[in-house]
Design a protein around this ligand. Structure first.
Ligand code: NAI
Length: 302
């Protein structure tokens, strides 16, 4: 099999002025994609703005012989999302790939988390990904034939992390968003997947301690590029990525316990059957809500 290439493809990468987004952009740009380098250019807490981060990445890609254009809109509004997609359409005539990567942090323990820090984090991560993806999805669906979305979630939401109630909620929200896009996009070859990365960037600061130099941003981009490529048929999946390891994360459904058709489980029955309810043996990985329902149908018709 040949190299994974993106010739003739147009990619939007949000938050591509630094960290992980920059690495994704350099990789896709080096393999033939025309790239929209979106970045608001602010601080890690979402304050401030500036154009130099995006400009520098455009310069790097251009100097290496690739094609890129900068965009400085914030992902946080419908207008911003539209403008980012318009930058791709106006400059390169199409959009094939969206990598939702822009992110900020406002960590506080749950009792101390002010509403403004919930809003700011949901705005960038969850609503931002929605606002950029929606106009891109519309274009891909109307044109037909191809579309790739990658959403950047986090172990903080999928598994939970102290002090990140706002961030964890936003990141797990992205899993739901990606899963629905996977359903709605299936018949148009629009595929959608999620990564939960770990790498040393400004967002993590000193958090990784002695592991920092073993967790490089470039180590995240290989799977992101693969998921955006024609080679990939994966959709509705989640991957843990970092330090050179790539692993699948999934939401499974256990066979569970069944009290009989028409039964109304009592609290005592729940207590007495917990082992069977929770036993992971024989689990399945439903790829839709309908697939979860299908697992119950044989019981209901027995
Ligand atoms: P980073 O701070 O280097 O990159 C984030 C970029 O997003 C910045 O360049 C920033 O200017 C941009 N951005 C922020 N708000 C924006 C907005 N409203 N509109 C457009 N751009 C905006 O941090 P990093 O680590 O590269 O983060 C990339 C993504 O990966 C984020 O979504 C983050 O939550 C996620 N992530 C990172 C992890 C890590 O270990 N570094 C762990 C889990 C998730």
């Amino acid at each position: 099999m040949g190299d994974v290439r993106f010739d003739g493809r147009v990619a939007i990468i949000t938050g591509a002025g630094g960290g992980l987004g920059r690495e994704h952009a350099l990789l896709l740009g080096s393999r033939g994609a025309a790239v929209v380098i979106n970045d608001l250019g602010g601080n890690a807490d979402g304050t401030g703005s500036g154009q130099s981060a995006a400009d520098l990445v455009v310069k790097e890609i251009s100097e290496a012989g690739g094609q890129a254009v900068a965009n400085y809109d914030s992902v946080t509004t419908p207008e911003g999302g539209e403008a980012i997609v318009k930058a791709a359409l106006d400059t390169f005539g199409q959009v094939d790939i969206v990598i939702n990567n822009a992110g900020i942090l406002r960590d506080r323990s749950f009792p101390k988390l002010p509403p403004a820090d919930l809003e700011a984090v949901l705005d960038v991560h969850l609503k931002g990904a929605f606002f950029v993806s929606q106009p891109a999805f519309r274009f891909m669906k109307e044109r037909g034939g191809y579309g790739r979305f990658v959403f950047t979630a986090s172990a903080a939401g999928i598994f939970g992390n102290f002090g990140q109630a706002n961030y964890g909620a936003a990141k797990m929200g992205l899993v739901g968003l990606s899963n629905v896009l996977a359903q709605e996009g299936a018949k148009y070859n629009i595929l959608s997947n999620v990564i939960a990365p770990i790498a040393q960037t400004r967002l993590l600061g000193e958090l990784l301690g002695p592991f920092a130099d073993k967790l490089q941003p470039a180590q995240i981009s290989g799977i992101v590029a693969y998921l955006c490529s024609e080679d990939s048929t994966l959709t509705h999946e989640i991957f843990s990525v970092g330090g050179g390891r790539i692993a699948r994360i999934f939401v499974g459904l256990t066979p569970g316990w069944f009290g009989g058709v028409g039964s109304v489980p009592t609290p005592e029955e729940v207590r007495d059957n917990l082992d069977q309810i929770r036993d992971p043996n024989g689990y399945i990985i439903p790829d839709s809500a309908a697939a979860e329902m299908a697992a119950a149908v044989p019981l209901l018709t027995s």
